[in-house]
Write a protein that binds this ligand. Sequence first.
Ligand SMILES: CC(C)(COP(=O)(O)OP(=O)(O)OC[C@H]1O[C@@H](n2cnc3c(N)ncnc32)[C@H](O)[C@@H]1OP(=O)(O)O)[C@@H](O)C(=O)NCCC(=O)NCCS
Length: 174
Amino acid sequence: MTRERPVLRFRHPVEHDHLATVRLLEAWWEPKQARATLQRHWFRHFAATCWLAETADGRTAALVVGFVSQERPEAARLHLVAVDPNLRRAGVGRELVARFAASAQERGAQRLEAVVWAGDRSAIDFLRAVGFVPIEPEGGSRIYGTPAFADYDHDADDMAVLTLDVEGPGPIGG
Ligand SMILES: CC(C)(COP(=O)(O)OP(=O)(O)OC[C@H]1O[C@@H](n2cnc3c(N)ncnc32)[C@H](O)[C@@H]1OP(=O)(O)O)[C@@H](O)C(=O)NCCC(=O)NCCS
C-alpha cells in the first residue's frame, strides 16, 4: 500500500554534499557497499543529472545518481536510487527516477539503462514498477528468475540490464 507522501524539496547536489550523503547512505545500506557506490566524483562531475530530495527541515531523504553516456548519448545510465528506509513506499523513488529521466532527456537521452544484481528482487521489482523492462539475453538465460547476463561485471556477477524509453510520456509518473 502506498504511504502518505512526505513534503520534499528537490535539488541537484553540489560536490560539498558528498560526504554527508555517503554517510547517510552508510546508515541506510551496508556501509562498504555505500562507500563503493557513491564516490565524490558523482557529485563533482555528474551533478546535473543527479538529484537530492530533502525534507522541510533540510535532511536528505533520498537521492538519484546517474549520467548521460559519452559513448552512447542516446542512453542515460541510472547508477543508484536510494530512499531513507522510513520514507519508502511513498512514491519518492518513482519521483526521483522521473526527475533523472527529465534531466537526461534535456541532454538528449532517449533511453534509461539500469544494471542490478539479478538476485536483488526488491530493486528489480521497483525498476519494473516504474517502467523498466529487462533485456532478454541471447538464449533466454534467467538467473534467480530474471532475464540476466552471467558474469556481466566479473565472475559470478550476474546482472540484469533493464531499460526504459523516455522519448514520450511513459509509466514513470504512475
Ligand atoms: C528501491 C527503492 C529506491 C524504492 O524507493 P521507494 O521510494 O520506496 O519506491 P516507490 O514508493 O516510488 O515505489 C514505486 C513502486 O515500486 C515498487 N516497489 C518499491 N519498493 C519495492 C520493494 N521493496 N519490493 C517490491 N516492489 C517495490 C512498488 O510497486 C511501488 O509502488 P507501490 O508502493 O504503489 O506498490 C528503495 O527501496 C531503496 O532505497 N532501496 C535500497 C536501494 C536500491 O535497491 N535501489 C534500487 C536499485 S538502484
